[in-house]
Design a protein around this ligand. Sequence first.
Ligand code: ADP
Length: 381
Amino acid sequence: MSSINFDQVTKIYPDGTHVIDGLDLDVGDGELLVLVGPSGCGKSTVLRMLAGLEESSGGEIRIGGQVVNHLPPQRRNLSMVFQNYALYPHLTVRGNLEFPLEMKGLSRTEIDRRVRETAAMLDLDAFLDRRPKALSGGQRQRVAMGRAIAREADAFLMDEPLSNLDARLRVQIRTEIAALQSRLGVTTIYVTHDQVEAMTLGQRVAVMRGGKLQQVAPPWEIYQRPANSFVAGFIGTPGMNLVRARLDSSDGAPCVLSGDYRQALSVETLAHQPGLADRTGEELLVGIRPEAIGLAEAGATNALTATVRTAESLGHETLLHLDSSLTTVAADAPRQAPHGEPPALIAALRGHHPSRPGDAVHLQLDPGDLYFFTLDGEAIR
Ligand code: ADP
């Protein structure tokens, strides 16, 4: 078991592409940290540098306090689990579990013990004599996990290990991985582009974008206190709506104005965001979670009138994609004028709401559930 540290780590490919930019990241001994971000943001590169499969261009990587930059992969004592499980097709499950242990030169007794314990832990006993092609996707995934566990490495590195599984199995194995990791207490870095996986699995979540770390925090904090509009838009299903607005208090009561809509700010909001008061008169971004938008009660004054673009009924909730007078902007490029239509305002209403494109709806926002960012997307605390 070991802590892992990245200290100002960079990666520049020979063609000059800057992929990782001054990465500082500390993973605690026994911690499960999920590295999440859109495809191409550099997650796998981080993992591959840690494993020694890719050389870093600068900075220091430490495992258990020891600098490993110049150690070959086999001397880093890490176990990797990939998206394609890379099982040996001609070996049985037992053979697949044994092979890396034989390569390490372990004794027969020790190999037998580890295979026995791993198989029991992962319910693989009944499959030990089967070849991978005679296993289901979920079973293959478990063998890949088993191979990593049997090595008794200092840390697990998992790169999108569930991507090849169907949605239901992904949820099941995700839970199994979390339980197993906490039982084994092995430091784990888990890479995914799937924010739901990140939120449900990670003790802490590190959000990356374009080779830069955006925020590292426990899942609830990432959700409740996103560091910037990119994180706010990336986390959540669907992500946060972002609206360009002006902070106004000309009639004494602080409010935000966007289009012809006016939203009074609650005393709690102002107390929690002391930085806001200084920005009266300024333009800023207001973040509104889809679940913070509800239907206005009959006769409510100051309801937001919107028109349905599309409606998606999921059974337990209905997602309305709406046009309104609010100036919506893209969470990952708030300053950029949208090409074509501005992003829809998305409302997640509980239950089933029969709505059709073109229907008018009257909405209200939860004033206690608004987020504030500068026009460049930095959170205003
Ligand atoms: P992720 O795992 O987040 O999808 P990767 O770490 O695989 O992202 O890749 C990050 C970026 O590095 C991508 O833009 C990719 O095109 C680029 N990249 C990967 N390998 C090379 C290489 N050998 N040469 C140049 N660029 C590369």
